[in-house]
Design a binder for this molecule. Sequence first.
Ligand code: 5GP
Length: 192
Amino acid sequence: MKELEDRIVQDGVAKAGNVLKVDAFLNHQCDVELFDHMGAEWARLFAGERIDKILTIEASGIGIACVAARHFGNVPVVFAKKAQSVNLDGEQYSTTIYSFTKKKEYPVIVCKRFLSASERVLIIDDFLANGCALEGLIEIVESAGAEVAGIGIAIEKGYQGGGDKLRERGYRVESLARISSMNDETGAITFA
Ligand code: 5GP
């Protein structure tokens, strides 16, 4: 998606440790018009797929998933929580994932009443690097007996390999911008 690639070049910052900072438009300050165009693009890519629900993970997935849902017939958006809370009641699906940016493991929790067998779920997230976050979300969808209809990603860092591993397992992963290299010294970012 050229608009997203141009925005990454304009406002993204390649940081040491393979981290792309996109807080000016994606995961701190949010450009809602861009989110709307991203939602339209995922809807175009997944046209013809029955999508009953969108699943994402807090925090940065929530905004893009909610705007995307407007392009998928206003299906419900469920976001996985990263910590236990008194507000999480009833039975839960949970797993543990390793955070690429925080360098630590954390829980991923979804209440059982928000995912049902027979539902076709579109997973949406802001970044795909090694694929740990998605593997956790896939595990939760499948333990509910639901089906992963597809995976929509804003920015995939292709050279970290998570996307290709998931594609090899048969999942349809659609990334709107696929970065093939990033240099934190020159600031250069190239796309696949
Ligand atoms: P993975 O689990 O695929 O290794 O990493 C995906 C998660 O880590 C995303 O949900 C995102 O929050 C975070 N992440 C991975 N790489 C980056 C990055 O380069 N920049 C930012 N801002 N977040 C990232």
